[in-house]
Design a protein around this ligand. Sequence first.
Ligand code: ADP
Length: 252
Amino acid sequence: MIELKGISKVYPDGTEALREVSFDMSQGRSCSIIGPSGCGKTTLLFILSGILKPSKGKAMIEGKEVVSPSKEVALILQDYGLFPWKTVYENVALGLEIRSHSVKSRISKKERKRIVLSLLQDLGLKGFENHYPKQLSGGMQQRIGFARALALNPKILLMDEPLSSLDALTRETLQNFLLALWKNNRMTMLLVTHNIEEAVFLGEKIIVLSSRPGSVVKIIENHKVGDDNYRNTEDFLEKCRAVRRSIEGGVT
Ligand code: ADP
C-alpha cells in the first residue's frame, strides 16, 4: 500500500511545489496523477521514490516511511534515461549489474543474461541487442527504459510522463502495452501524465492536482480500467469529461 499523508514541499529557493497532498492506493492497483505543467507531479514521484524529502508530511510504502530509494520501487522518466554509448542489451542489463555488485542480492551472469533476453523478447526488442539507442525509434527506446526497470522485478512502478514525447499512434500502442503489463503482473503502478485520455485509460484512480502549489482537487474512481475495448465506450468518454471539468476547476 502507498500512502501520502499531508505532503508539502517547499524548495530551498522558496518555490512551493506541493501543499498538503494526501491519498492512498492499495497494492496491485493503478493510479494516474494529472495536473497542469509545473504543479509538482515530478516532485511527488521523487518524494515517493525516496530521492527527495518532503518539507512536511510523510510518504509511506507498506507501512514504512520512505526515507531513501528502495529496490522494490522503479522510476521511469520521460527522456528514457538511456546511455547512448551502451547497446540495447547493456542498457537493459545495467540495473541488474549494479545490483549484482551487492553481496545481499548477487545474481549470476547467466541468470542476468536469461532475464535480459527474456525481457527483450517480451518487449519486441529481440534482434536489436547490439544496436545503440539512437539507431531505434522513440517507442523502442522507451521500451528499453521499461525493460531496464522491469529487469529488477519491482513491486511498484512509478512513471513520469513516460510516453509524452511519442507520436500519437506509438503512444497508444505503449499505453496498451502498459495496461497488459499491469494486468499480467499486478504490480502497483503510478503514472504521472498530462494527457486526459491516458490518465483515464490507465488509472483505476485518477488524482487531479491543482496548479502550483499542487494540491488534490479531486480523486476520481475509474473501475472499468482494463475492460475490453474501454477506450471506445461511452463510460470512457464520460470519465474523460469528468477529469477535464476537475482540471478546469483546479486551474487558477
Ligand atoms: P510538474 O512535474 O508537475 O511539471 P515539478 O514537480 O517538476 O512539476 O515542479 C513543480 C514546481 O517546482 C515548478 O514550479 C518547478 O519549477 C519547481 N521546481 C522543481 N524543482 C525545483 C528545484 N530543485 N528548486 C526550485 N524549484 C523547483
